[in-house]
Design a protein around this ligand. Sequence first.
Ligand code: HEM
Length: 479
Amino acid sequence: MCQDQGLRRRGSLLKVTDAIMGAVGFISDFNKPTQLNTTPVFSRRSFSDSALQHRAGQQISKQQVTLSQVAEHNKPEDCWLVIKNKVYDVSGWASQHPGGRVIYTYAGKDATDVFACFHAQTTWSQLRPFHVGDVVAEEPVPELLKDFRELRTKLQQEGMFRSNKWYYLFKVVSNFSLLAAALCTLIMLREYMWGLVAAAFLLGLFWQQSGWLAHDFLHHQVFTDRRWNNIMGYLLGNVCQGFSIDWWKSKHNVHHAAPNELDSGSHAAVDPDIDTLPLLAWSKEMLDTMHERTARLFVRMQHYFFFPILLFARLSWCQQSVAHASDLSKTSKTGWWELLYLGLHYAWFLGTAFSVLPFFKALLFAVLSQMFSGFLLSIVFVQSHNGMEVYSETKDFVTAQVVSTRDILSNTWNDWFTGGLNYQIEHHLFPTLPRHNLGKVQQSIMDLCNKHGLVYENCGMATGTYRVLQRLADVAAQA
Ligand code: HEM
């Protein structure tokens, strides 16, 4: 929602070069004021307390309001949400909310399903202090959402949201064997250039797989006690992979709440993952926000530059992680922890490279591993959403997730390589569903989409990549 219009308007070639390190959807927060999620991830503070403080001194008289009245409270400083026909006032509460600013993506709207998708069962009871009114003249719940809610209840009753800890133990241990393979290759074959390249590739793969695992933990798929998920997130995300988890969460949760969404007024990207201007435009609306001819220079050739850009993605994420953690450290202890864990990452990674290899070879190894990893990570993300519908009108939760998301066919390689994110539609509808159960719910989701006329896109990796390139080429032609 917050957009750096300046970056768009400047549009000079110089700025394009500047932005190269910070663009590509998932690299989107570059050059923008970072919105910090300052709630410490280990905080055990009762949110009812913070809610009561938030509303302290206010006269809480419950009102009867219509949905159009709720829609008027659609700004961070004046933010109402509807959850199961009750109205909640969360104005200015993001700094205390564990999910941070994502709360505002539903400002003035019905947030029933997005609330259910992110929160633990126990969090429902914490809504009460925010309750300011009830919706009069309730609109009937659409059949699609009714069926979806029934499906969630059924999956809960079947125990689908319970994780298999042995599965995750196996995944974590087998992931570290990739690191061992990378280090052995580096030490034993460092004399050969191909040995160095192979070691860099294996390290890139280790970071990619650590990323998928951190993702699962940070969506709270594994432990009921969310602190354990965060601890694993720090280990796999910060120390192993080199990403700040607070930075990642604040971007990724907004992406989940508003996938491929543009602001209805300005057409600026709400979803940070498609906030890729001035390098890549995913729709005509995005293109129209670029007013200067020079700004469109790069976009006209975006389909040619796409793969080379992916190679630099990880360098940009690492830079943003450090910048975010440093900013955070000015206001919260969490920032210092993040910096410490990121420091550990660079200590083991660069320490190994520079102690095993001569200077220039170590540098080459460091750059190559970053490039491999950036490519291996982003080739999976882009297939999940890019080239799917980009929209600016309000859609219900299920429709928004399905039309903007693509599944990649399931087989042993795809399931492993993508970290289960080939079941992207299932994951977006149920982010806390453990990875090992995503395939088990696929048929139910397909049936739901079929029944309600939603196109469920499921294709191979090559086709997915082709569709992404095709969209880039289509938009480039319009530029
Ligand atoms: C009055 C409304 C809300 C209250 C009281 C509330 C409260 C909480 C609480 C207590 C947690 C930590 C425990 C848990 O994860 O279940 C949490 C986490 C979270 N909330 Fe909310 N929330 C509200 C609305 C929302 C909305 C509307 C969204 C999304 C649009 C949202 C997104 C999230 C996310 C993504 C997390 C996970 C943070 C993490 O990564 O650990 N919340 N919320």
